[in-house]
Every structure is written in structure tokens, then in C-alpha cells.
Design a protein around this ligand. Structure first.
Ligand code: UDP
Length: 341
């Protein structure tokens, strides 16, 4: 393939790191549907084979099981790709609090390996960062060039934000200094089918608790708020930014627009499931670790992506929640059926 081609509209070979993950597998679906070829790299630590099982018979899709820090594997995959979307990371607040060494190493060293491989093979790279980098900022909404306010190094939670900031600095530096085509996206709370609550994510957790008739675990006083965005809107934004000529060398927020407190989210979950479950408030110290600091509000400023792409989320929170309910209800029924046999 001619890597020098500037034509990003024709079918291309994409490498998705974290390609069997929640977001990566939806991105693979979208790219394959548009006629592209997808190489997915995943170590299956938080990614799952079942997320991409439906793609097994598609000869434009390949799943490679391996570590993001494996230089020779990355080299081989980058050689075959035009665009890399780097999603592989240690994710979920729970995992970050429990395994800080793994978080820092995977996120920082992994990104460096990806950027070096991209440089050797002149790939375009989109690096996924996180709204965590806005830290405890109180100027709402969060815009890409705002100052950030983080907590101290004695609190593990902030290791994730810093690791993602280093990823952004690296990606932008490779662009400025080495002329690599890089783009960074800060993903806000992303939800939808295939997301598991195993790593702490609030929507699948509250939804499965409601479906099982268990109390909904709301941490802190529940007044903290988030904006949730459907994963298919997020992957649409990622795919479009990755191929847009004027996105290079920039950072973009991608997120939802409806701000909701977690207490109200729990009430909405009870409404859409018709569940009789109650709500149980759990102090942060018990939910995570002593001294845990949460973000009170997290709202994206979407002006930058909107002015470049005209992108806005297309699904409302109610549509998102109904979709998550249907997906989890089907999974609960099938696991109950398999246990009954
Ligand atoms: N949360 C909660 N109950 C849960 C899981 C999470 O109240 O069972 C809260 C969490 O403390 C945070 C919000 O929901 O305030 C979103 O958490 P999540 O881990 O989904 O994403 P975060 O915004 O923390 O990255």
C-alpha cells in the first residue's frame, strides 16, 4: 500500500489497539460496514472475545492477541496499516485504584510503542485520551485548552489522568517534532451495548442491579453529575476525526450533552426497568479506597468538534438507557437459561 497517499476516503487498513474492547469493537463494526479492513490488537485483559465473535467470519477483520508494549508485533501490524486508533489502555476507575503500576506502564509505555511503530511506517494515529485529564476543574463545560487541576500523587486516581496527559503530550510532540499525523480525543463517559460493569462503570452496574432486583449502589451523596454518550456516536466521531485532514495535531472532546446527577440516573434506571429495587448510598471510602476523590461535575465543551465535523450526539439518554436495558436483559435471560441446564 502507498502510505504517502493523502486520500483517506477510499477503503483503508486500520489498526485498532484494544480492538476487542467495548469501544474498539464498535469502531471495528463501523469501519467494516464502511468497507475498510480492520486489524484488531487486544490482550483480552479487559477486552472480550465475545465482543468481536460476530466478526470471526469476515475476512476483512483479524484479531491479534498480544501486548501493546510488544515492539515487533506493533511493527508488523503498523506496517500493514494506514491509520492506527490507539484505544488500548488500563481502564475503569476501580482498576486504576487497585493496580496503579499496571495503569501507568500500560498507558505510557504502550503509547510510546504505538507512536514509534507509526513513525517507522508513516501511519496516521488517533490517540484516545480521557476526560479524566480535566481533573477537579470547576469551570464548566470543560474546553480542550482549559487549565487542569489534579490531585496529589499520594492519591492513585490521579495516576490515570497524568498517564493520559503524557500520552497527549507525546502524540502532540511526535506531530510537531517528527511530523507524524496525530490526533488526540478526550472521551467523556461512554456507554452502550457490550459495556460491562465489572470495572466500575456506573450505567451497566446500576442497570444490572435493577434487573436483578438488587439495591442500586450510588456512591457518595449521588449529587455528582456526568454526561453519557452512546458508543456509536463516539465511534462515529473517532472515525471521522481520524480521516479528516484538518484534525491533525489537535485535541478534541467527544461526549454527551445531557448532564445528569448519579442519583437522578439511578431514578431513571428504575423507571426504564420498572424495577422495585431501592437505592443504597455508599461512602466513597468504602466503594473505592480511603481518601478517594471524585469529580463533582463533568461536562464537555463540544464546540471544537462541532465546528470541524458538525458532530453532535444523536441519541438521547433515554434511548441509551433503553438500549443498555435490552442488551443486559437478554444476557440475564441467557445466563439464567444456561444455569438451568
Ligand atoms: N458510581 C456510582 N455507583 C457505581 C459506580 C459508579 O455511584 O456503582 C459513580 C462514580 O462514583 C462516579 C459516577 O458514578 O461518580 C461515574 O462513574 P464511572 O466509573 O462510570 O465513570 P467516571 O466518571 O468515574 O470515570
Amino acid at each position: 500500500m502507498n502510505k504517502a497517499t493523502n486520500d483517506l476516503s477510499s477503503p483503508l487498513a486500520w489498526l485498532i489497539t484494544g480492538g476487542a474492547g467495548f469501544i474498539g469493537s464498535h469502531l471495528a463494526d463501523r469501519l467494516l460496514a464502511a468497507g475498510h479492513t480492520v486489524l484488531a490488537l487486544d490482550d483480552l485483559s479487559t477486552g472480550r472475545l465475545e465482543n468481536v465473535a460476530h466478526l470471526a467470519d469476515d475476512d476483512r477483520f483479524e484479531l491479534h492477541r498480544g501486548d501493546i508494549r510488544d515492539n515487533s508485533l506493533l511493527d508488523e501490524l503498523a506496517q500493514r496499516s494506514r491509520i492506527i486508533v490507539h484505544l488500548a489502555a488500563a481502564v475503569g476507575v476501580q482498576l486504576i485504584v487497585e493496580a496503579p503500576v499496571k495503569t501507568i506502564e500500560t498507558n505510557v509505555l504502550g503509547t510510546q510503542v504505538v507512536l514509534e511503530a507509526a513513525l517507522r511506517h508513516r501511519c496516521r494515529v488517533l490517540v484516545a485520551s480521557s476526560s479524566e485529564v480535566y481533573g477537579k476543574g470547576t469551570k464548566i463545560p470543560f474546553a480542550e485548552d482549559d487549565d487542569v487541576l489534579l490531585g496529589p500523587t499520594s492519591r492513585n486516581r490521579w495516576a490515570y489522568a497524568v498517564s493520559k496527559m503524557v500520552d497527549e503530550f507525546l502524540a502532540l510532540a511526535y506531530h510537531r517534532e517528527r511530523e507524524l499525523e496525530t490526533i488526540c480525543v478526550r472521551l467523556f463517559n461512554t456507554v452502550g451495548p457490550r459495556q460491562t460493569g465489572r470495572y466500575g462503570m456506573v450505567v451497566p452496574r446500576l442497570m444490572s442491579q435493577a434487573l436483578r432486583g438488587e439495591p442500586l449502589t450510588v456512591y457518595g451523596d449521588g449529587n455528582q453529575s456526568r454526561c453519557f454518550c452512546d458508543v456509536r456516536d463516539v465511534t462515529d466521531a473517532i472515525a471521522r476525526l481520524a480521516t479528516h485532514s484538518r484534525s491533525t495535531g489537535q485535541v478534541f472532546n467527544i461526549g454527551g450533552t445531557e448532564e445528569i446527577s448519579i442519583r437522578d440516573l439511578a431514578a431513571r434506571v428504575l423507571q426504564v426497568t420498572g424495577s422495585q429495587s431501592g437505592v443504597q448510598l455508599i461512602p466513597y471510602d468504602e466503594a473505592y479506597a480511603p481518601g478517594f476523590e471524585d469529580m463533582q461535575r463533568r461536562v464537555p465543551d463540544l464546540r471544537r468538534i462541532e465546528s470541524l465535523l458538525g458532530w453532535r450526539p444523536s441519541r438521547t439518554l433515554d434511548q441509551i438507557l433503553s438500549g443498555v436495558r435490552d442488551g443486559l436483559a437478554a444476557a440475564v435471560v441467557s445466563s439464567d437459561a444456561s444455569q438451568a441446564h
